[in-house]
Design a protein around this ligand. Structure first.
Ligand SMILES: [Zn+2]
Length: 261
């Protein structure tokens, strides 16, 4: 059996991508449409069923029932009131709350990576994953963004898409890799992006590339990690409609980076 993404025990526990407490916020008599991208086959599976059960078998029971359950509880107390319904409700997130939301996004990023791992090496080192389990420490090179999905009455949806990428730099020492995951459930869209240098020596001497939110998306996308120490107002000025949501989801699929030397 493969190992837990966050410790050395066997991955024997099904972790739900959409938590039970989230699904319980939805009316029980509705149909839900959810999409999951299968990275290894580069195709989508579309789910239409009353119960949403996306499961990533990538963690152990003690992790799932321990610190991950605590993280879910903390997240519920922070975004539970704006996740479903309450469209347009104004609130302020404190840096401590933003750290919990970012930790949930990073956890989802790791699960996405380990669910699709196959024979590949994990994107994050064992040390980074273990440190996250113990202290919720998010590695350098990870950026997290928070956006709002346009509310359509009577529609219930969520999706989960991850993308792995490789740079095509001519200079071998500046080649890098990235992994991103976009997660949506009803009103909330979370996007986590991570980069690392391919060269191990380069990793020791240079900080990883990060992506500060650009001016184009800023009115709709709040950068919540790394923290800048200030409160953030919710919701953003603009929400994502059907088309902009697709552009947002795929915005890290093809990027060009100018390295300043
Ligand atoms: Zn574990």
């Amino acid at each position: 059996m493969k190992k837990c993404a966050f410790c050395t025990r066997p991955a024997d526990s099904p972790e739900h991508i959409f938590s039970d407490w989230m699904i319980e916020l939805l009316p029980s008599d509705q149909r839900y449409v959810c999409n999951e991208r299968i990275v290894s086959r580069d195709e989508y599976i579309r789910y239409q069923r009353r119960k949403i059960k996306f499961v990533a078998k990538a963690v152990c029971t003690p992790c799932n029932n321990g610190w991950m359950s605590d993280l879910e509880g903390a997240l519920k107390s922070i975004i539970g009131d704006v996740l479903v319904g309450n469209w347009g409700a104004i609130k302020t997130f404190t840096p401590e709350q933003l750290k919990i939301i970012a930790a949930f996004a990073f956890k989802t990023l790791v699960l996405a990576n380990h669910k699709d791992l196959g024979k590949k090496r994990p994107f994050f080192t064992r040390h980074q994953r273990s440190l996250f389990r113990r202290e919720l420490a998010i590695p350098a090179g990870v950026s997290v963004f928070l956006a709002a999905r346009e509310h359509v009455a009577g529609k219930y949806y969520g999706f989960w898409k991850s993308v792995s990428g490789d740079s095509k730099s001519k200079s071998t020492s500046y080649n890098w890799m990235m992994y991103s995951c976009t997660w949506n459930f009803q009103n909330i869209v979370l996007q986590a992006v991570a980069t690392k240098w391919k060269s191990h020596t380069h990793r020791k001497s240079q900080p990883p590339i990060t992506f500060p939110e650009g001016d184009d998306w800023k009115p709709a996308s709040l950068q919540i990690w790394p923290l800048n120490g200030t409160n953030l107002e919710w919701p953003p000025n603009y929400c994502l409609g059907p088309d902009s949501l697709l552009h947002y989801r795929d915005r890290f699929e093809n990027i060009s980076v100018q390295l300043l030397r």
